[in-house]
Design a protein around this ligand. Structure first.
Ligand SMILES: [Zn+2]
Ligand SMILES: [Zn+2]
Length: 342
């Protein structure tokens, strides 16, 4: 099969083609696994973190990609949940141990043996992949393959962050950063909590305008003061300044939820501005979002079909994965990027 593989960690500023087009043997589904013929795979910011070594693959070469839509081509021994030809999606969570305390409570995102699609097992930048059948999801008919792909990561993790933010009717929610995940959170809030006011902090004017189009009550720059204090803020940026500024915007007892797999070090000095009295006192909380559990993916996909949330996307052939990644790095286009594979 054709695959775009990562052979080593590299700096995208020096290496504009981190992935190589290769031919790999078709994977064979093992016990309770299914073989998927991939039709679309979303391109995610986390792939940049993998390529640049902030969350490196556990082995090389690795096929990246964790927002995969395809059809069941073959079943391994004792796999019985899906029929050949069924359309399924695969998300960031590839597998977990299944028997630790976290797994038993449905918090398998925290399992010590958590494995990520496209980081610890080959993912979707290829024609085929295998996955344990318990970690595949049915895709509702309202979505085309390319529409469903970006929902599997940005949407599912946005859903989890919103759950962890624990926002109640009548409260104020802040979003700092307004990319793929945050704009889906805003759509979910509009649908589920119509009397929650959303305040958006974003660097670029385009993002602030987009937030207002989607009915945010206010949009300003990262360091601007919001007109009202906030009960919870979800941060989706790779930087530290928004963390410090967000803590300042919280009400007493407020919660900052950081939805970022890794933070970059560029502005780490900004943390020295952190002042206990202003930023943390009055029972303010900070919580990070780690990975996704299966219920985040399956519940979000159902909710997205009901609302409905239909993402805007741009398609690239598999061979142009490097170009899509660089455009994502340089924040070129609004909307998701999807590799159209079959
Ligand atoms: Zn992702
Ligand atoms: Zn476990």
């Amino acid at each position: 099969m054709k695959a775009m593989v990562l052979n080593e960690i590299c700096d995208l500023k020096e290496n504009r083609t981190p992935l190589q087009l290769t031919t790999l043997p078709n994977p064979i589904p093992k016990e309770k696994e299914i073989l998927i013929k991939i039709s679309a795979c979303g391109v995610c910011h986390t792939e940049l973190d993998e390529i640049e070594g902030r969350t490196p693959p556990s082995r090389f070469p690795m096929v990246l990609g964790h927002q995969v839509v395809g059809r069941v081509q073959e079943k391994g021994p004792h796999a019985g949940q899906y029929k050949t030809g069924d359309r399924v999606g695969i998300a960031w969570i590839y597998s977990a141990c299944g028997h630790c305390d976290f797994c038993r409570q449905g918090e398998e995102n925290l399992c010590e043996e958590f494995r990520a699609t496209g980081r610890d097992a080959n993912g979707g930048y290829a024609e085929y992949m295998t996955v344990p059948e318990d970690f595949a999801y049915e895709i509702p008919d309202v979505f085309s393959d390319s529409q469903a792909a970006p929902l599997l990561c940005a949407g599912a993790i946005g859903y989890r962050s919103l759950r962890l933010a624990d926002i109640k009717d009548g409260q104020n929610l802040g979003l700092t950063g307004f990319g793929a995940s945050a704009h889906l959170v805003l759509k979910m809030v509009n649908y589920q909590h119509s009397d929650v006011k959303v305040f958006v902090f974003a660097r670029s004017e385009k993002e602030r305008d987009f937030a207002k189009e989607l009915d945010a009550v206010w949009a300003g720059k990262t360091e601007d003061k919001s007109p009202e204090k906030l009960d919870a803020i979800i941060d989706t940026t790779p930087a530290w300044k928004p963390v410090v500024e967000a803590l300042n915007h919280l009400r007493p007892g407020g919660r900052l939820v950081i939805n970022a797999i890794r933070k970059e070090d560029r502005d780490k000095d900004y943390l020295l501005k952190l002042n206990y009295h202003e930023h943390l006192w009055m029972e303010k909380e900070i919580k990070s979002v780690a990975n996704v559990a299966r219920k985040d993916v399956s519940e979000f996909i159902k909710l997205a079909a009901e609302i409905p949330i239909i993402p805007e996307f741009e398609e690239y052939p598999l061979e142009s994965a490097n170009e899509a990644l660089l455009e994502l790095k340089e924040r070129k286009i609004r909307g998701a990027k999807v590799l159209k594979i079959a």
